[in-house]
Design a protein around this ligand. Sequence first.
Ligand SMILES: C[S@@+](CC[C@H](N)C(=O)[O-])C[C@H]1O[C@@H](n2cnc3c(N)ncnc32)[C@H](O)[C@@H]1O
Ligand code: SF4
Ligand code: SF4
Length: 386
Amino acid sequence: MIHSARKALSLLGTPGGRHQIKLGAVRRLREKLLYPVARLTGGTNIFPPTIIAIEPTNRCNLKCEFCARIFWDEEENPEDDIPVELFEKIIPMLESSPKVILQIFGEPLLSKTFFKMLERVKKYNCQVVFNTNGVLLKRKNCEKLVEMGADEIAVSIDGTDTFKEIRGIPVSKLVQNITTLNEVKAEHGVTKPEIGIAMVGMRKNVHETVELVDIAASLGVENMYVAHMEAHADHLVDELLFNHVDYARNHFEIAKARAKEVGVNLVLPPLESTEYFCSFPFDSMWINWDGAVRPCCRAVYADTIQIGNLYEQDWKEIWNGDDMKQLRKSLLTGKEMIPFCEECSYRVLCKDYLVRILPRGHSEEPEEAVVETETALQTETPVLGA
Ligand SMILES: C[S@@+](CC[C@H](N)C(=O)[O-])C[C@H]1O[C@@H](n2cnc3c(N)ncnc32)[C@H](O)[C@@H]1O
Ligand code: SF4
Ligand code: SF4
């Protein structure tokens, strides 16, 4: 008690401390009131978002074989960096948002505005996290990340030998870059940014989970997260771990045992269908480089869900606009859910909902081949039904 009072008094003495106290009080109130009020008011959220995700760019320097960028409609998803004037419109939200994710699609470190944004966001005492493909984690960038105070980064590494096939670069390059970041942290005597490894699990790489745990341990990486792949192309559907559950489970068990031995916190995804409550639209706002505002990390490109645009509306109008309220209401009641949410793997993790084939992900079949298949099926049907 005395300790908490002393801590509060010392925090009161600095602007950063006062900001922290204010955020703490809002957080406690939010925990009590958020859902009851949203239920009573048809989806209104009286609290601001606690997480703002900003897309520094949706351009990229890689072409990973499972990424939506490879298969989305190019005309509907033009690629560019966020302009500074759009970032200025986001600034007022930072006062009340404790966490900022500086990445959505694309490679954040490729953006011309990334470090300007990081520097500015950190002035608001926000926790800054992002995923990166790690290619640009060279000394100069590592120094900026450390000096500007980035809090946490997850480097995407999806295997060891298969990594080159999946991402087009050798894993050794990323090991070298993470080593550089570790050296820069040591030179500055800091522990941030904390480094994690993010792996997308597929049939072809799941046997390498254990080797990746060893790599994580050798790099002093504490957290390694494995996620299911979302299949955006026909040819990737067979790569889903849900199509190879026993095989995946076996390799997860081996990796889990090793992680325990070497002290890596390995976070594995379930291999059985699992239901979740989706809290994204209650907590976060996702802002693309072109000002489009979206409710979650799954609906972040064209033809998903858009709830507004920051060039046309103020963020408060969007946050409690009709679309956002309806979205929250549908998640709370399970009624009138839009199809995109209905079939979302973040709400119901299962094989079917991990498949979302994008326009360029359909296997190209010449028309004649389709006719031939139909003819073949027609002749086969009576045999099957006999
Ligand atoms: C879209 S990327 C953007 C950041 C950065 N370019 C990177 O690769 O880390 C964010 C995360 O999504 C993951 N990801 C990309 N495509 C995916 C898919 N089809 N299914 C599941 N995760 C995917 C990436 O591996 C990465 O960890
Ligand atoms: S590096 Fe990230 S954004 Fe770029 S293609 Fe790969 S997964 Fe997609
Ligand atoms: S259910 Fe899925 S698509 Fe709908 S808001 Fe939640 S994460 Fe987004």
